[in-house]
Design a protein around this ligand. Sequence first.
Ligand SMILES: [Zn+2]
Length: 308
Amino acid sequence: MKKIFLLVVSVALLLLLTCCNSEYLPVKAYGEPLYKSIVVIGFDGAGGMFRDGDTLTDGFRAFFGTEDSSIGFDYHCESPSISAQNWGSYLHGVPPLYHGKDNTSASNSRFTNKNCPSVFQVIHDVYPDAHLASISHWIPINYGLIETTAGVYKDPDRPGTDNEYSDEEVRDRVCSYIAENGAPTLLFVHFDSPDAAGHSCGYGSEQHLQAITDVQGYAMDIFDMFDPETTLFIVIADHGGTPDGDHGGKTEAEMDIVFGIRGKGLNPDAMEGVEFRPRDLAPIILTAMRIQIPKNMLGECPIGLFGD
Ligand SMILES: [Zn+2]
């Protein structure tokens, strides 16, 4: 009996390891990208913005209120409700256990796991000339979560745990970058002020809510630079937090996140009943680009989201 138990445990472990370490086999395009540009804007610590979207500005509500839009506020982040674990899941299409990055390792070491490619790497491998960019307030995203081999313009790109720019500067740098270089194929932008306010004053505090209001304005400034006829717009958050300024646990205040998406031809009914998770972002982006989803990615694109 003991032998059978050991055998079962060994096989289970082998399966798990095989799954974690299976080689990333390059994938192919199966059609033309549905959009000229995809813009993903991440709001650090904005949770479900903040209670069921009660901080949504009129401009933001209207932007994501069109018939080809969907926005929800009670999706759940990956556990633990911490930044690098969740930004890593968003970018690599897997739960945190698989990409293996936390805030410390993302701030002091590059992303080198070739079996767990980022969405940028997958796109770059299919379209080496694709215009890819990531402009981030929080430094570890560019340094430790996106490969150096993915063909991504990064601003900034250095080790460290601190922040390079204020969110206003991030907005300004993004707008100048687009004005000078044109609209990227995939642009990732990260704003941090909601998380900073949440840590110092409490998530849900007046300062936190004001920061969430402000970043919506910055996001709209960026969205205004893109043609809604040919662009897929996405907004996400990595986690929320508690009134006493903490996160990492499993309470709704910490786990609830926003996911908003808008694009011509998008079918919002496809999101009904779907429990979006950060690991689903990369497969959604690849589906919009008509690129096969690598089998190493464990997230999914909701069926019919792009009308198929
Ligand atoms: Zn965070």
